[in-house]
Design a protein around this ligand. Structure first.
Ligand code: 5GP
Ligand code: MN
Length: 325
């Protein structure tokens, strides 16, 4: 750890210890890293003798209910009283807009301090203090280091939450984001009581009949666009509603279609709540999907990024297009 990073870890720890009422938030449509980070953070604060309020706009994938704090996560923003908090911490959000609290955070009072802990590239510099490590494979990898810097005893439940973020964000250590440091962190949390085979069952053997049928629909619509070296597919609102599938299954589809050989980039577009949501994936080093997603108002990582735009997917004679609003 460089000296400057060590200073930031210490500053974060000091802020957490000094705070009285802490709100922790992770991003909308949370994944294993988002909810693993949020759950671990709740436990971290508990070890400092504090209760953190955990917020996520959801929807919360039921498959992740084994994570600590899951049942305490508030999903209804109206039940948060923002003025109550003296510290707000966002985890794994990529952008403040993904907290669903962008206005509240921008309008915070002088007494309210805002910390971002994240492994996404910075978009806006909105926080008072940021612990941002883009070389970390997951936000839980950063929290692992934070716990070590605080000399914290990590319980098996906490260790499992940390491992969840690492294995879901690296797709079981296969993405190039999984560095020797990531594997060392995973090895440490296994020594602290995390259980990799149980976690694989909890994160991989969780697909419902409906979500696998949704995969079938998405795969049946898969097309190649040779001009952009792109494989793409679409899901409309009815497909999603009828299957009852959650965000987890959609991410699974994005990951699966990205294994296609004939294209450099894969894209899944889906219609939900008057918006078109896009998930982009590549395994090529010379392509930066974060830049592409940013041009569309979204963001993410070089190899996995996303965006959402107001509009509707329409199909005419087997040809899909986006109708903008
Ligand atoms: P996914 O395709 O799984 O939704 O997202 C892939 C990556 O892009 C994740 O790291 C996610 O946080 C990021 N991402 C997805 N949608 C958005 C967005 O609308 N804005 C930003 N800043 N990042 C996004
Ligand atoms: Mn993450």
């Amino acid at each position: 750890m460089s000296d400057s990073t060590a200073v930031i870890y210490q500053q974060v720890i000091d802020r957490l210890k000094a705070a009285e009422r802490v709100l922790a938030v992770t991003h909308i449509n949370p994944d294993g890293d988002a909810l693993g980070s949020l759950g671990f953070f709740g436990e971290l604060l508990a070890s400092f003798g504090k209760v953190a309020t955990l917020y996520c706009a959801g929807p919360l994938p039921k498959s992740l209910e084994f994570l600590p704090g899951f049942s305490n996560i508030i999903t209804d923003k109206n039940s948060l009283s923002m003025a109550d908090f003296d510290l707000i911490v966002s985890l794994d959000c990529g952008s403040v807009s993904r907290t669903n609290l962008a206005k509240e955070i921008a309008n915070r009072s002088k007494q309210q301090f805002f910390i971002e802990i994240d492994h996404h590239p910075s978009l806006e510099g909105a926080s008072d203090l940021e612990l941002r490590l883009t070389e970390a494979a997951s936000t839980t990898e950063i929290l692992f280091r934070l716990a070590a810097a605080a000399d914290l005893k990590v319980s098996p439940t906490m260790a499992q939450a940390l491992l969840t973020g690492i294995i879901t964000d690296t797709a079981n250590f296969i993405h190039p984001t999984a560095t020797p440091d990531t594997l060392a962190a995973a090895s440490s949390v296994l020594s602290q009581g995390a259980n990799l085979s149980r976690l694989s069952d909890q994160t991989m053997r969780t697909k419902t009949l409906g979500s696998l049928k949704l995969w079938g629909i998405a795969l049946s619509r898969l097309q190649l666009n040779p001009r952009y070296n792109l494989a793409f597919t679409v899901l409309n609102e009815d497909d999603l509603k009828n299957s009852g599938a959650d965000y987890d299954s959609i991410q699974g589809i994005a990951g699966f279609i990205s294994s296609i050989k004939e294209a450099a980039v894969s894209l899944i577009l889906r219609n939900e709540n008057g918006m078109v949501w896009g998930s982009l994936r590549t395994s090529r080093d010379d392509i930066d999907l974060n830049r592409l997603a940013r041009a569309l108002g979204g963001g993410g990582h070089r190899r996995a990024s996303g965006f959402n735009l107001p509009g509707r997917l329409v199909c005419e004679n087997g040809h899909w297009s986006v109708e903008y609003k």
